[in-house]
Design a protein around this ligand. Structure first.
Ligand code: SF4
Length: 504
């Protein structure tokens, strides 16, 4: 395990302020009677998508309404992600563009505030303000509930920064979304049930940017899901960096595992589909396997990152499981529910990866038969243990390995796609498609599926006879209800259809 203190330089929580005690000032500028415009640009994973919504909810009582146009915004928030290469440099170049927009606004007599949130904010802290003084607020992922106070503090003429991990649970302080906001966001919603990670994979920044694992209590999650269901949401995806490490306090006073939580949520009227992401193989327990066996509402599509098929590389990554452990786990899932399909994450070219190690990865992919996967070339993240390792795989070899891995995964995806033609699948319809007259929804495996129909089918789960494919989308027509229409295809594993993940 990694020594957290050894990363103090990386985390360097140089804070202009410790805790938020400043009295709340309702306005940055202008009047509360004038709605102010908020633009949030979110990068990265589904956790960030969810966090962006919660920031909108936190700022709605302050009179902020969302705008898609950053140039007209009174407040722009960059909700950043640190998982990809050169993440912080991309944020700085984005901030350079925003500084120009802020100067333009000032010329028009308007104040534009800029806030940086998310994992880059957590990792870089005060350095962001030093490098780009146009930034007013820097706020880490655990402190979004303090945004109104931080903005008020910045409006008094200074800068505000909070990248502490506050002792209080931010979820207890974030206002719930308003019914209008829920309905505007559609029939599918994310709910955070867990945050942070204690696994310390050697390549990953999440334990340092999101902190230690914390699970929300069951009753709070149930409250959120009921509110969503009451306002038309049909599908819930439970999210967390390591979601199946969930162990929130249950109403019976004991910690509930994820499987028990899913079982309880499946009883809430209106909730037709449940999903969860992202899971770590080590934290799969029998409650989760049993939930897949017993719950028709739990979709049979499991995102289970493995990263490598080589035991030596898995050990170097500190993944705490072997390739065989993973194969056995996949077998247990499929024994519980034969319709289950998997997606995964892979890193190629990790320091020390030999040709044999890479061959083991290809062998694992062949054996598991993925519905799809994200695959990346290794690149070091500053502050992680792997960044200290000597890189041994040349760029050319990494490129070649990535191409071979992606070709293999693509061939598995194609087989899934083609298997859908001529079958009938259940689709939860979400919205009007770009093509006039078409409505688009998702299958159990997150495949986009298009039919010609009216908007009255949005929010309903209906059987669709699949006729053809267009790239990664299934094209079909509404079919007569069938008793066992669900899950008769293998999944489309198109990159578009997979959950975007960081973590686990
Ligand atoms: S890769 Fe996943 S399990 Fe590993 S440290 Fe990052 S979030 Fe945790």
């Amino acid at each position: 395990m990694l020594d957290f203190a050894g990363f103090s330089l990386y985390l360097e929580r140089r804070s202009y302020r410790r805790g938020v005690t400043a009295p709340f000032l309702p306005c940055i500028s202008g009047s509360m009677t004038q709605p102010r415009k908020l633009h949030i640009k979110s990068f990265g994973c589904q956790m960030n998508v969810y966090d962006a919504q919660r920031m909108v909810d936190a700022l709605a009582p302050e009179g902020f309404v969302e705008t898609a146009n950053p140039d007209e915004a009174d407040l722009v928030i960059l909700n950043t992600c640190h998982i990809r290469e050169k993440a912080s440099e991309k944020v700085y170049s984005e901030l350079g563009r925003l500084r120009v927009a802020k100067d333009e606004a000032a010329l028009q007599g308007r104040r534009m505030a800029i806030a940086v949130a998310g994992c880059v904010a957590q990792a870089e802290g005060a350095e962001i303000i030093r490098r780009q003084p146009a930034v007013d607020v820097v706020v880490g992922p655990q402190s979004y509930h303090h945004l109104p106070q931080l903005l008020a503090e910045a409006a008094r003429g200074g800068r505000a920064l909070e990248t502490e991990f506050p002792v209080e649970d931010k979820f207890g302080f974030l206002p719930p979304p308003q019914p209008d906001a829920i309905r505007a966001r559609g029939i599918s919603a994310f709910v955070t049930v867990q945050e942070g990670c204690d696994k310390f994979c050697t390549f990953c920044v999440v334990p340092y940017t999101r902190g230690a694992e914390v699970s929300r209590p069951v009753d709070k999650i149930v409250e959120d899901v009921r509110r969503l269901a009451d306002n038309g949401v049909r599908e819930i995806t439970l999210i967390g960096q390591n979601v199946n490490a969930y162990h929130g306090d249950g109403p019976d006073g004991r910690p509930w595992p994820l499987g028990d939580l899913l079982r309880h949520l499946a009883t809430i009227p209106g909730i037709a589909r449940l999903r969860y992401s992202t899971s770590h193989p080590r934290d799969v327990d029998q409650s989760l396997i049993d939930a897949h066996r017993d719950l028709p509402a739990l979709m049979p599509f499991v995102h289970l990152p493995v990263q490598s098929g080589s035991d030596a590389i898995l050990a170097a990554m500190n993944r705490k499981h072997t390739a065989d452990d993973y194969r056995r786990l996949a077998d247990r899932f499929r024994s519980a529910n034969p319709a289950i399909a998997f997606s995964s994450d892979f890193i190629v070219g990790f320091p020390g990866e030999t040709a044999e190690d890479f061959a083991a990865t290809l062998a694992l992919v062949t054996q598991i038969g993925y519905a799809g996967a994200y695959s990346f070339k290794y690149s070091p993240r500053p502050g992680t243990p792997a960044a200290e390792l000597q890189e041994t795989v040349s760029a050319a070899v990494m490129d070649e390995r990535l191409v071979r891995l992606q070709e293999l995964i693509d061939s598995q995806q194609s087989a899934f796609n083609e298997a859908a033609i001529g079958t009938t699948v259940e689709v939860l319809f979400e919205r009007a498609a770009r093509n006039p007259g078409q409505i688009v929804g998702r299958t159990a495996y997150l495949q986009p599926a298009h039919v010609m129909a009216g908007p009255e089918i949005i929010g309903r789960i209906l059987p669709v006879r699949i006729d053809s494919l267009e790239r990664y989308s299934l094209i079909g027509e509404l079919a007569a209800p069938q008793p066992h229409a669900a899950f008769v295809t293998r999944p489309d594993s198109s990159p578009q259809s997979l959950p975007i993940t960081t973590g686990a």
